[in-house]
Structure formats: structure tokens, C-alpha cells
Design a protein around this ligand. Sequence first.
Ligand SMILES: NC(=O)c1ccc[n+]([C@@H]2O[C@H](COP(=O)([O-])OP(=O)(O)OC[C@H]3O[C@@H](n4cnc5c(N)ncnc54)[C@H](OP(=O)(O)O)[C@@H]3O)[C@@H](O)[C@H]2O)c1
Length: 326
Amino acid sequence: MKAIIYQTQTGLSYQEIENKRPKAGEVKIKLKSAGLNRRDLFVMNQQRSHETFYTPGSDGAGIITELGEGVMDFELYDAVIINPSLDWDTAKNVPMTPRILGGPSNGTFSEYIVIPSQNIIKKPVYLSWIEAGILSLSALTAYRALFTKGQLQTGQHLLIPGIGSGVATYALLFAKAIGAKVGVTSRDEEKLRKAGDLGADYLLKTNSDWKTAIKKGNFDIILDSIGPALFPKYIDVLKPDGNLVTFGASSGDSVNLSLRSLFYPQLNILGTSMGSKEEFEQMIQFITHHNIKPVLDSVYPLIKIEQALERMKSGNQFGNVGLEME
Ligand SMILES: NC(=O)c1ccc[n+]([C@@H]2O[C@H](COP(=O)([O-])OP(=O)(O)OC[C@H]3O[C@@H](n4cnc5c(N)ncnc54)[C@H](OP(=O)(O)O)[C@@H]3O)[C@@H](O)[C@H]2O)c1
């Protein structure tokens, strides 16, 4: 079978690799589509210090072509979506080091994948193959961040800084689906316009004065993936006892904050990352119930992986970048 391989010395290549068979409890899937995440780049960078040979990619969807011994919940030719969160069952039971599909284990940028049946779910019929293939990691992250950690409720005000990312666009769609008021920020007018088309209530230029821009009151929840570049601004616009949920560090890893600015208004800073099998199933039920479709930025054939990664690196994308296998 053909797959994208990352090797330390040579980087990415499209090559023939061994076709594996499922062991007990596993299924083999013929992938139809896959999705890119910033994690793919991050993991490749991490692996630079030692010899490595693996297929990247966390998101994907396809058809079951072989069932391992003892797999009862699925049948041959079922259409399924992959949950890349390995070995994490329930929302409360957070693993010490969550394992994610696609580095060092072989991921979805491939014609086939063998994966535990625990890590698949039936594809809702209303989603196209490409929509099903790009959603897992970012939609799961958004779901846990908003609902399990942030506890977002109908009518509350949510701020999503940096609205172009995959997680951010899902958070916007999920929050609007339950009737929250959503503010978004971007340095890019075009991304703000697109967010407005998706229902965002406040469109804030990143470098504007958010305090004066917000006339209707401050935010109950802020969903941050940007980090130090914007962190101090969050404190000014979060309500007392508000939740600042953080899941990324796009502008750096360290922030310098006055502790008084946290404890006087009794702000809650909550870390989150990915999500459990339980939350993945809840997220798929949620999007099916609300008929939510991912925001697709662009699609490339599998062999054009380098161009797809360039699109993600550019930071110009709005929503997810996808790969098609045929
Ligand atoms: N922990 C998890 O489970 C998990 C899962 C998925 C993603 N993530 C993280 O989520 C983040 C979002 O992913 P991504 O790939 O879309 O990230 P990204 O391209 O690095 O950033 C997303 C947006 O953040 C804004 N931004 C970035 N740097 C900024 C800066 N210095 N100042 C102001 N705004 C800035 C940009 O918005 P504008 O261009 O609109 O201004 C950009 O489009 C990443 O940090 C990623 O690692 C974490």
C-alpha cells in the first residue's frame, strides 16, 4: 500500500510500505480522507533528534475492509471515523501522557490503517467523506474545552481569539448551536468576515482595544490557543469568576501575569488537551443532532502532502485542511 512516510534524514516521501493485517480487537480501514493538524508539524519537529520512520496524521475516515478476531460492534464495509485519542476512556480519567495517533504510531496519511476498534465510530451519513475525515482532533478538542472544562451555557458570552484555526471554527459552530453569544478576534479582516457569516456576534480586530469594542458586557469564557501575545488582554475582558480555557501556545509557552489580577476577580484558568472516547462519542452525537458540518479550508490529494502542510503553515487557512485518498 502507499503511504506518506516521515524519516529524519529525508523528510516526507510518498512510498510503498508493508500492508498490515488487524490483530484481535483491531480493524483495517481503507481511508477515504484525512485531516491536517498543527500537531503533525510539531511531532515531525520533535522527532528530528533521532532516527524515525512513521506515517503522520491523526484525523481520518474510511471503510472497514478487515475485522480482527473478537470485533463485535462493527461489520465489514461499515463507514467509520477515527478517534485519534488512544487509551483515554472517560472525561474525568485524564491519562498522564495522552497518546495520540500519528507519531510515533503510524497515522492516517495512508491508503490503509490498522487501528483498535475502540478508536472508531460509525460515520454520520450527513457528512461527506472529506468532512468526516477532517474533524476528529480539532472538534474533540473544541468540545472538551467548551463543554467539559469551560461549562459553556446557553446565553453566556464566549470569546474565541484567533478564529482561523480548526478548533476555533468548531468552537464557534458549537457555541452558536446552543445559543451562546460569541466574540471572535483576528488580525485578518477576511477571517472576521467569514466568522460573521458563521454567526459570530462580535468581530474584534486582534490589536484593537477590546474593552471599548465590547459594549454588551464581558465574557464568561475565553478559549485560548494563542498564549502570551494576548493573555494579558483576556484578564481585562473576562467576567469575575470567568473561565479562561487554554489548549495551545501558538505565540510562545510562558506568560507573565499579576496574581492580583487573577485572585481579586476570582478567575479560573483551566488547561485542556484533546479529549476522551466518552467526549468523542458525545461530540459526534452533538454535531449530528445540530447538523453541524466542519469548515473546510482546502483539500489536496494524499501525494500533495507538502502543499497541504504549506497551506497550514501559512496561517491563512480558515477551518481545516484535508487530504483525499482517491
Ligand atoms: N491541545 C490540544 O489538544 C490541541 C488540539 C488542536 C490544536 N491545538 C493548538 O491550537 C492552536 C491552534 O491551531 P492552529 O494550527 O490553527 O494554530 P495557529 O495557526 O498557530 O494559530 C491560530 C490563530 O491564532 C492567531 N495567532 C497566532 N499567533 C498569533 C500572535 N502572535 N498574535 C495574535 N494572534 C495569533 C492567528 O489568528 P489570525 O490570523 O486570525 O490573527 C491564527 O490564525 C495551536 O496552538 C495548536 O497547537 C491544541
